[in-house]
Write a protein that binds this ligand. Sequence first.
Ligand SMILES: [Fe+2]
Length: 370
Amino acid sequence: MVLNSYMPVKLITGRDCVRSSGKELKKLGSRCLIVTGRTAAKSSGALDDVLCALKDNSQEAILFDSIGQNPLLTDCMLAAEKAVSFGADFVIGIGGGSALDAAKCIAVLAANPGMTREQLYAFDWANEPLGIAVVGTTAGTGSEVTKVSVITTPDGRKKSFHHELIFPAVAFGDARYTMSLPERITRSTAVDVLAHCAESFFSRAANHISQLYAVEGIRLLLPVFRGFAEKGYDGITYEEREALYCASIYGGLAINVTGTAFPHTMGYLLTEQFGIPHGTACAVFQKEFFEYNKSVEPSLAERFLAEIGCSEEEYLTLIAEITPDCGVVMTEELVSASHSRWVGNGSIAKCRGEFTADMADGILREKFVR
Ligand SMILES: [Fe+2]
């Protein structure tokens, strides 16, 4: 039995955890750059809570609040310059995956002024990143507990880097911050969680610990998905929000061990070319992902369904019901032009059996070419 894993993040969860445990930020330094998107950090109340905690700790802060969806490397570079001129010794990311991933990237860039994109992705880092704290405001990414940052480079490609030095030192998880998320974000981020757990479970790199995380994540999600199917999205309770949030952390813990698989790799294409939100873009491939795994390793697929306590039919129906419509129509030219992306891709290589670039082309054709 293999149990290999490494998770150095101090994770603090529960109602009002930023206010009650804000002193944890003290260990990171005296001056920080706060990194957020344009609205969620403020509207959720998370930014106010962090500012209060920093004030109580007599720590100074400046704000960079221009991180968009699919954070741009150019924005991260601007933020890093701001951090350097302020003399920041740590970074706090507040938001969904975009803000948290950007904070990790900015922590690397700010510690290495003048670093190029090539140096960033080649891990040619002269200095260790600044300290990183994060506060999640969506239940999706799990970036709170991962060593992954996904950034959009100037050529429009989403490109991730993975390094143990970008694990946050502290992560705060308060489901209260997710209460006001609109339906479309709730659905898209929830299916991202499902994608993380399912892709991790079936990964070649999975082990006993990562599969426990993956199964627990889905077991938390399913009752909430069933509730959505029965009563819609209005009146979602705090308990349901908390279950989604905890599931997102389990998903993060799982992919931290294994990484993701072909739905994520192929989902990046839909996000880059059609602006489809990340979770939706990955979720639209989950049916094919399950069926592929069932064909190459039927006993594992059977075990998966038994452990999550769901029939295949219900599992695929729930995913279809909660995944927002993506409405993508693709040309044959785009399918051909994308072929090389699937060749030698690290996440695709982690799929069981032999998932080929031709199979990826076939899935795109079947689903999107009209
Ligand atoms: Fe994801």
